[in-house]
Design a protein around this ligand. Structure first.
Ligand code: ZN
Length: 130
């Protein structure tokens, strides 16, 4: 199922855990896996802590420090840093579904990762029984 998401900043992590959990509930799948897939080259998806918002702030800080927006890049579009960060985070996550719920750790959340926004973006959630 396709989900649309409007990002509001040049770089940000958006918690999409509730939307993915709702997709799982609507599917009525009790046991299986959910694949979250981002079809972009300058945005990604990752799982990390959603209790303290400073964690994702620090992740963006560290990614920027390691891969600055401006650098000795060749790509003429000027967003090489975003391509690199998107690949680091990855384009998909897989979460186990157990007893109708996402099997996430207490502190885990699923984040859509924007690195070249703001833009209209999308991600897919595929739920597989098994
Ligand atoms: Zn580019």
């Amino acid at each position: 199922m396709r989900h649309r998401i409007q990002t509001t900043k040049t770089q940000q992590f958006i918690d999409i855990t509730d939307q993915v959990a709702a997709a799982v509930r609507n599917s009525e799948v009790r046991d299986g896996i959910a694949v979250i897939y981002v079809p972009h080259t300058t945005a990604g998806v990752t799982i990390n802590e959603n209790a303290d918002p400073d964690v994702v702030r620090d992740m963006l800080f560290a990614l920027d420090k390691t891969y600055p927006v401006r650098g000795e890049y060749l790509h003429s579009e000027g967003n090489s840093h975003a391509h690199i960060k998107a690949s680091l985070m990855g384009s998909s996550c897989t979460v186990i579904i157990e007893e109708g719920s996402l099997l996430l750790g207490t502190w885990q959340g699923i984040y859509f990762c924007e690195f070249d926004g703001p833009r209209n973006r999308e991600y897919y959630v595929k739920i597989i029984r098994g």
